[in-house]
Design a protein. Structure first.
Length: 141
């Protein structure tokens, strides 16, 4: 008789700086942390005017910065998707826009598994992330 494949679930806490992935299996859990290495967009400090001549020409145009940032985020989201290959069900949560952006990237990439929920959550410790993921999947039975 053939054994049923092991059910693997994961939760991803994600923002533009890092992703913490909690993978739950019958044997236990594994936690991975991936840093995005996305450069924060440089700009002027609010309310402070530069005294440098031609300062506007020294700062990269917004569209160039936006393309660089988008490319870096796409690479980051691809790395997160690779880390959850073979996962059946995924909970995605986090504080900002990154969770929705990752969901769109994941669906476009047609990766195996599926995102079953997207939730908003503040900054959490790795232990709190694992506890949230475990509670979520235990409630689903």
């Amino acid at each position: 008789m053939k054994e049923a494949p092991e059910k693997r679930n994961a939760g991803i806490w994600i923002d533009h700086r890092k992703a913490v992935i909690a993978i739950l299996t019958a044997e236990g859990q594994e936690t991975l942390e991936l840093n995005s290495n996305v450069e924060k967009q440089a700009g002027r400090v609010d309310g402070v005017r530069s005294t440098a001549p031609y300062e506007s020409q020294l700062v990269k145009a917004d569209d160039i910065r936006e393309r660089i940032s988008t490319s870096q985020l796409d690479h980051y989201y691809a790395r997160v998707s690779e880390a959850i290959q073979g996962i059946e069900s995924v909970l995605v949560f986090g504080p900002g826009e990154a969770k929705g952006e990752f969901k769109k990237h994941f669906e476009r990439a047609k990766t195996t598994g599926r995102i079953i929920a997207v939730d908003t959550a503040d900054e959490l410790t790795n232990g709190q992330i694992v506890a949230k993921v475990r509670a979520f999947f235990l409630d689903r039975g």
